[in-house]
Design a protein around this ligand. Structure first.
Ligand code: CA
Length: 220
């Protein structure tokens, strides 16, 4: 899942990016309010982690702008401003949740999972399609009752195809889902992930649509 991290503190930003990547998230990190606005105009994110005290444009102003434009992306505010009026203002401005610094990565991940579940309108974590069962929060996959060990990117690719249901996703769309800005993408990266998924799960699970891309195949 691709998330936008908006944080101007280099140490906090760096450690969050590392921690989230280790959990399999694709993370784009921006350091000011204007860059955050730009990022959301050009990229689809599953979730935004938003600091409030930011250069160029304050986090609350950025958030209000998104909500005025009816952008529904879940936003979790991360800030040192722990006074009650600040928290209330953050939530009233359209934040979905609020975490006061310093916080534990485990708590942040738990809140992110809760928001992602709520966004998906599900009370449970897992998605089932045929004999395929996928838990986007715990990053686990079972096929025909057998758990499979997937890399973070293999998982992200499979998740993208499941979400697309029967629609075809192009290689570019998949790269966009799997890789953050500035990350090196080998030209055959998607083909390699597809090959590995077929090998680990089933050769029929992913269909190649020649000249267009990939879609979910036989999940029985
Ligand atoms: Ca800050």
């Amino acid at each position: 899942m691709r998330v936008l991290l908006v944080e101007d503190d280099p140490m906090i930003g760096d450690s969050l990016r590392k921690g989230l990547r280790a959990e399999g998230f694709t993370v784009d990190w921006v350091r000011d309010g204007r860059a955050a606005e730009l990022a959301l105009e050009t990229t689809n994110y599953a979730l935004v982690l938003l600091d409030l005290g930011l250069p160029k444009k304050d986090g609350l102003t950025v958030l209000r702008g998104w909500r005025q434009r009816e952008l529904a992306v879940p936003v979790l505010i991360l800030t040192a401003r722990d006074a009650v009026p600040d928290r209330v203002e953050g939530l009233d401005s359209g934040a979905d949740d609020y975490l006061v610094k310093p916080f534990d990565l485990a708590e942040l991940l738990a809140r992110m999972r809760a928001l992602l579940r709520r966004q998906a309108g599900r009370t449970r974590d897992s998605i089932e399609v045929g004999a395929l069962r996928l838990d986007p929060v715990a990053h686990t996959v079972e096929y025909r009752g057998q758990p499979a060990q997937l890399s973070a990117r293999e998982f992200a690719l499979l998740h993208a195809l499941v979400e697309a249901s029967n629609a075809v996703m192009s290689r570019e769309q998949l790269e966009d889902r799997l890789y953050g800005w500035g990350e090196e993408v080998e030209s055959n990266a998607i083909e390699v992930h597809v090959h590995n998924l077929r090998r680990k799960l089933s050769a029929q699970l992913i269909r190649t649509v020649r000249g267009i891309g990939y879609r979910l195949g036989d999940t029985a």
